[in-house]
Design a protein around this ligand. Structure first.
Ligand SMILES: *Cc1c(COP(=O)(O)O)cnc(C)c1O
Ligand code: SF4
Length: 345
């Protein structure tokens, strides 16, 4: 996945020179060239209380607070396209870690506008059920009645479905989901799926049924990745199988411009074509899906058309379309989008 010149140099260092210090040094340089901090994710939208930043929280949209429990900052999978790679290779020191769930609850009590808490990572379901419950149960108190949806972002549905079926505390996890539902809230599992093959194994299908059987909801989301899921048929099969089992198609994402993205990225116009082609293959029940959706500095934006400007295909997103209509012909990359007036970023 490296550019040929970097690959050749690294290969030489590893196989010929065999100098660990030189290898480490060269690898550090490669990582720094891979945009380890896209879209200000480490520094922006970190809420403050008494002027002190609350580590492990991110609050960008009024309704939704992101929470990064410290024990959930690794993952069952280490996807080569993961935008969290800097924390997995030790560059970011797992900065997004919240030590205590009481800080989260205290913050939410001050913010009645928040309806959703999204517990994310890494992968929060790397935690055992007892640790996860210690984060979730404080959210079920009457003072937090404004929290209507508790979401967990996870790859385990596809990569470690045993988490819901045969792990030692799989049943306890399902009971936890039932307690959230019993408290009158929506327990929303945001499942990361990339390809239809991930839902073919029997155990992956059982996991979906067991999650949905608790009264929780399961949504499916994942990035479009060149070499992996460029075929619209794989998306259509994924969404259709998910819907049959009780899951809800949610987002097709655009890869962020970090890591070995040159290997995975597709032109935005192509992403739009793939999304449209897949969308046309499925019935209305799968058309809850949105995309291609791109995380950019101003927030999530959806690519909703392809325009030809000066003879070149260009993909205006919903954010930039007004700009395009008035004659902007710049090439869009996630970091080049101007900040919208009044944006919360
Ligand atoms: C994606 C995202 C959310 C959730 O957005 P939804 O469209 O409600 O799923 C919340 N906060 C941040 C920072 C996000 O990137
Ligand atoms: S599953 Fe998600 S958090 Fe885990 S490595 Fe893959 S993209 Fe990253």
């Amino acid at each position: 996945m490296l550019p040929p010149d970097e690959y050749a140099r690294l290969r030489d260092l590893v196989l010929v020179r065999r100098d660990p210090a030189a290898i480490a040094d060269y690898v550090r340089g490669i990582r720094m060239r891979m945009n380890p901090h896209p879209a200000g994710q480490m520094t922006h939208n970190v809420p403050r209380v008494n002027d002190a930043p609350l580590r492990g929280l991110q609050h960008k949209y009024d309704q939704t607070v992101l929470f990064f429990p410290s024990a959930g900052q690794t993952c069952h999978a280490y996807c080569t396209f993961c935008f969290r790679w800097p924390q997995f290779v030790g560059m970011d020191d797992l900065k997004f870690d919240a030590r205590e769930s009481h800080e989260l609850a205290a913050y939410l009590k001050l913010h009645p506008e928040v309806t959703d808490v999204l517990i994310t990572g890494g992968d929060p379901l790397i935690m055992n059920t007892r640790s996860l419950a210690a984060y979730i149960e404080p959210l079920l108190v009457p003072e937090l009645a404004h929290i209507q949806n508790i979401r967990i972002g996870t790859k385990s549905v596809a990569y470690w479905p045993q988490r819901f079926v045969s792990d030692r505390d799989a049943d306890d996890l399902l009971r936890l989901f039932e307690r959230v539902v019993g408290a009158g809230k929506n327990m929303a599992i945001m499942g990361h799926y990339n390809h239809a093959v991930e839902l073919r194994p029997d155990i992956a299908q059982q996991a979906v049924k067991r999650i949905v059987g608790t009264g929780a909801t399961l949504r499916m989301q994942g990035p479009l990745i060149r070499h992996i899921n460029e075929d619209p048929k794989s998306w259509a099969e994924l969404w259709q199988t998910g819907v049959r089992l009780g899951a809800i198609p949610y987002y097709m994402f655009v890869e962020r411009d970090t890591g070995p993205h040159a290997y995975f990225q597709l032109p935005l116009a192509r992403a739009h074509e793939i999304f449209q082609a897949a969308y046309q293959m499925v019935s209305g029940l799968s058309r809850t899906v949105r995309g291609p959706s791109m995380s950019a500095f101003p927030g999530k934006v959806v690519i909703d058309g392809v325009a030809t400007i000066n003879g070149e295909k260009s993909s205006p997103c919903s954010f930039c379309r007004p700009v395009i209509r008035t004659g902007c012909a710049s090439r869009f990359t996630p970091n080049s989008i101007p900040t919208r007036p009044g944006s919360t970023t």
